[in-house]
Design a protein around this ligand. Structure first.
Ligand code: NAP
Ligand code: GLV
Length: 311
């Protein structure tokens, strides 16, 4: 009898770590690493990160596509993918990593560490009296699997925390709002703004020159979701003029960020190479396996993506 087969593709993830983690969950699974896929017609599942265009055309009998990450913007609305359930990853390891990134970036600004980094480079003892965290208004855009826990952790730390999403949420000690008017309000209110919105047709370019100008002058921006939610040219102009004081950016329109890109030369930008949160195979394999079991039973997978909505 044919064993169920899975094709693995990722330019960044370790296939052997995934093979080991998944075979512990599903010993009967035939794990194939692209391009060594055998007969593509016998492949049932795909476990992929940013597969090249045309990738899925080779696999006519897919029953499930699992995204090796949280953001599915490169997976939905493709013309090579027949309608098939799409699942994405979301596990406690990923949540913990993103929360740690957000806590680091927000605390660095709230505790003036970026100022001390510059002072140290000048060889200067530069005292700035610390402000209580309760006086620092921090906003989180997107209160999903990652944004929700990040906002809750910031609030638990004592920040005056605001959160915004498409539909209304309730998070202890976080002032949650939803909808277009509340979007402008959170921009006007928060001196540190964290973006954890998925990239969709609705969110693309949602923060442009007008929105950046609504923020308190010199506000700090942290983007750990997708670059295209923020108009990159407008952000560069705002960082140069001081409309935006500082930015911590993990994601970029072009990755790796090309040599000579203006961000490299801006002293008020901290660049990290798209790793705010990554997937740990040992932690995520249980969900991937459970989704396969569910699809085998004719049920929807875990963390199913609404392809129409885009996340
Ligand atoms: P998620 O669980 O799908 O949550 C998305 C949140 O954004 C939800 O609260 C949703 O509101 C809100 N939202 C979506 N579209 C909106 C809109 N147009 N207006 C207002 N709110 C909107 O996603 P997640 O797991 O938290 O991940 C968020 C993003 O982080 C991913 O899509 C990915 O791009 C990025 N990411 C980056 C890294 C990295 O290493 N840099 C790692 C992982 C993920 P509702 O709940 O009301 O629908
Ligand atoms: C990483 O960017 C992810 O979406 O998981």
């Amino acid at each position: 009898m044919k064993r169920d087969a899975l094709v693995f593709y990722s330019p960044v993830d370790d296939p052997e770590a995934w093979r080991e983690a998944l075979s512990a969950e599903l010993p009967d699974l035939d794990f194939r690493v692209d391009p060594d896929v055998g007969d593509p017609a016998t492949v049932d599942y795909a476990l992929v990160w940013v597969p090249p265009s045309g990738f899925f055309q080779r696999f006519p009998n897919l029953k499930l596509v699992t995204n090796l990450g949280a953001g599915v913007d490169r997976l939905v609305r493709r013309d090579d993918l027949v309608p098939v359930p799409i699942s994405r990853l979301s596990d406690p390891g990923m949540v913990a990593m993103m929360t740690s990134y957000v806590v680091f970036a927000v605390t660095r600004y709230a505790r003036d560490i970026h100022i001390f980094e510059r002072a140290q480079r000048r060889g200067e003892w530069h005292y700035v009296h610390p402000r209580p965290l309760s006086e620092i208004k921090v906003g989180v855009l997107g209160l999903g699997e990652l944004g929700g826990p990040a906002a809750k952790t910031l609030a638990d730390m004592g920040f005056d925390t605001y959160g915004w999403s498409r539909t209304q949420k309730t998070i202890p000690r976080v002032t949650c709002t939803a909808g277009a008017q509340a979007f402008e309000e959170i921009l006007r209110t928060c001196e540190i703004l964290v973006c954890l919105l998925p990239l969709t047709p609705d969110s693309r370019g949602m923060i442009g020159a007008r929105e950046l100008a609504l923020m308190p002058k010199g506000a700090k921006l942290v983007n750990a979701s997708r670059a295209a939610v923020i108009d990159e040219a407008a952000l560069i102009a705002a960082l140069r003029s001081g409309v935006v004081g500082e930015a911590t950016l993990d994601v970029f329109d072009i990755e790796p960020l090309p040599a000579g890109h203006p961000f490299w030369t801006l002293d008020n930008v901290l660049i990290t190479p798209h790793l705010a949160s990554i997937t740990v195979p040992k932690l995520a394999a249980r969900d991937v396996a459970e989704s396969i079991r569910r699809v085998r039973r004719g049920e929807p997978p875990l963390h199913a993506v609404d392809a129409q909505r885009g996340y």
